[in-house]
Write a protein that binds this ligand. Structure first.
Ligand code: 13P
Length: 253
């Protein structure tokens, strides 16, 4: 039994006071929904304040990125050791990191490994871009991302995978539930091949890309989809709460 999981990726939005307000606006209602795990991933500079604001709730905290070295001369970077004890989760390999900051499957691999070593739970993102999608290459691209990024890593027990087709991110053009299910079942199969079926059956795999309160039910109703990584709609308390409520209802937890 996989616990449904809804995580909000706030991206480069909210000042520190805005981040605290956003969490305060959602905390009570989110806490009332049992058996769906929720997390918010604010910008680095708000992590401490948001952690404080989350006290007394079960809502988890995640970072949006980290570097793979523990410390050293890497100006502007944040290390696993700095996040340890502060966050539960860390998003790794988001397509915006790949697209704008040169991250590759190999840096993603190093980061996943470093997160596991530090006791952080990685939310590892995979997904094809529009050209790859249109060329019918979604499955190959995602499989390659997975195989490279997990290569040489011992069973990452706390791994969460997010399938985010790049063409669906921030575009309002979400995948259909069926499309997402097809790729996500392939992801599960691939993870089983890398490790084993028991582990793959327990790994939570999320869909991300233009998820809203209007379409969440379609995704969460699919057999292999365990939740969502939500961008824009996670900045709107009503939307985010509705996404979590509907998840509880559809998954019948
Ligand atoms: P949107 O929900 O804004 O499309 O963003 C998805 C995403 O990138 C979450 O990580």
């Amino acid at each position: 039994m996989r616990t449904p999981f809804i995580a909000g990726n706030w991206k480069m939005n909210t000042t520190v006071p805005e981040a605290v307000k956003l969490v305060m606006d959602m905390k009570t209602q989110l806490s009332a929904i049992k058996n769906v795990e929720t997390a918010v991933c604010p910008p680095f500079v708000s992590l401490t304040a948001v952690k404080e604001a989350l006290k007394g709730s079960d809502i988890r905290l995640g970072a949006q990125n980290m570097y793979f070295e523990d410390k050293g001369a890497y100006t502007g970077e944040v290390s696993p050791l700095m996040l340890k004890g502060l966050c539960d989760y860390v998003i790794i390999g988001h397509s915006e990191r790949r697209q704008y900051f040169g991250e590759t499957n190999e840096t993603v691999r190093k980061k996943v490994q470093a997160a596991v070593k530090a006791g952080l739970r990685p939310i590892m993102c995979v997904g094809e871009n529009l050209a790859e999608y249109e060329a019918g290459g979604s499955r190959d691209v995602v499989q390659k991302q997975l195989l490279t990024s997990l290569s040489g890593i011992d069973i990452p027990h706390d791994l969460v995978i997010a399938y985010e087709p790049v063409w669906a991110i921030g575009t309002g053009r979400a995948a259909t539930g069926r499309q997402a299910q097809l790729v996500i079942s392939l992801i599960r199969e691939t993870v089983a091949g890398v490790y084993n079926t028991a582990f793959a059956d327990g790994v939570r795999i999320l869909y991300g890309g233009s998820v809203t309160g209007d379409n969440i039910a379609e995704f969460i109703g699919q057999e292999d989809i365990d939740g969502a990584l939500v961008g824009g709609a996670s900045l709107k308390p009503d939307q985010f709460i509705s996404i979590v409520q509907q998840t509880a209802k559809v998954k019948n937890v």
